[in-house]
Design a protein. Structure first.
Length: 301
């Protein structure tokens, strides 16, 4: 039988990723709608655990939110002095706990080894899609702790803890576990704000540094840019104000596409096209990303 190819084209869509505030960043920086951690990029901040008591963030967790390195928990931010339960001092917010919610987002917050109630204690943990942006609000102060998701409280407490003695900087998108980095999640982040009382101490905005195209978070409070603290870069989302989705167009050349073939994807996250279409008396030979049918493979990502 003769072979046949299918060409695919990517057309920018018109769907917005989320409604986030826009900031006038200084010359040399471009604001992005979001950045993607992709399980291997994180930021060691200039904050210590006593510098803040509340954090808010708009983010999207993906189905493989669990730390890819096999460390179990996936963490939005954290710093802890010890890996030994009962002797930990620090502040940690876990987005995902595999022991609580398989493939869903179990959330817990810790202050000096005192743990707040968890999102995983509700049915919402099992039913809410992970690929949807959520607004997270976490208070972790001595005497006052809460977890709020999209304005609804899923855990609260009023535990009192002693003064924290912790010399490890707080890590964003991971846990600084006594100098060892663990718990890097797979998520898209649109904003992160740290507060101390009613004072905003860090306002982190997804951004690109134009001089070297580094992707990271720009703090509008200290006017500091934080790129990935590892050799693995963040993945850039669209420029703020632009569309964040692309539509996939198939040129089937008389063939029939496979069931549930993707028709769009989120920029910076991507999609895999790996099914097999059919055509009478023909054998499928590959997906092509150009009209000349030269850049072809059985799988395109």
């Amino acid at each position: 039988m003769r072979r046949f190819f299918v060409a695919i084209a990517l057309i920018f869509g018109i769907v917005s990723f989320g409604a986030t505030a826009s900031y006038a960043l200084p010359s040399g920086y471009t604001e992005l709608q979001y950045i993607v951690t992709n399980n291997d990029a994180y930021i060691i901040t200039d904050l210590m655990v006593n510098d803040f008591d509340r954090i808010t963030s708009r983010l999207t967790m993906y189905d493989n939110t669990s730390d890819v390195a096999g460390n179990g928990h996936a963490v939005l931010f954290g710093s802890s002095t010890s890996t030994t339960a009962g002797s930990q001092q620090g502040k940690v917010f876990k987005l995902y706990d595999p022991s609580s919610c398989s493939n869903r987002g179990g959330m817990t917050a810790g202050y000096n080894n005192l743990w707040v109630g968890s999102w995983s204690n509700t049915a919402l943990c099992k039913t809410t899609p992970l690929n949807t942006p959520i607004d997270v609000d976490v208070k972790i102060a001595s005497g006052e702790q809460w977890i709020k998701i999209d304005g609804t409280t899923y855990g609260s407490n009023s535990q009192t803890a002693g003064t924290l003695n912790n010399s490890y900087p707080v890590t964003l998108f991971a846990l600084n576990y006594a100098g060892v980095i663990k718990g890097i999640p797979h998520l898209a982040c649109e904003s992160v704000v740290f507060y101390s009382g009613n004072t905003m101490v860090r306002n982190l905005v997804p951004a690109k540094r134009n001089s070297d195209n580094a992707i990271g978070m720009y703090d509008t409070v200290s006017n500091t840019f934080f790129a990935s603290s590892t050799s693995s870069p963040f993945i850039a989302g669209p420029v703020a104000g632009q569309s964040s989705t692309a539509t996939i167009s198939y040129v089937m050349n008389g063939g029939t596409n496979y069931a549930n073939a993707p028709t769009s994807y989120v920029m910076g996250v991507g999609v895999t096209i790996d099914g097999v279409p059919t055509k009478s008396n023909k054998v499928f030979a590959g997906w092509c990303t150009d009209s000349a049918l030269t850049n072809c493979a059985m799988t395109q990502t």
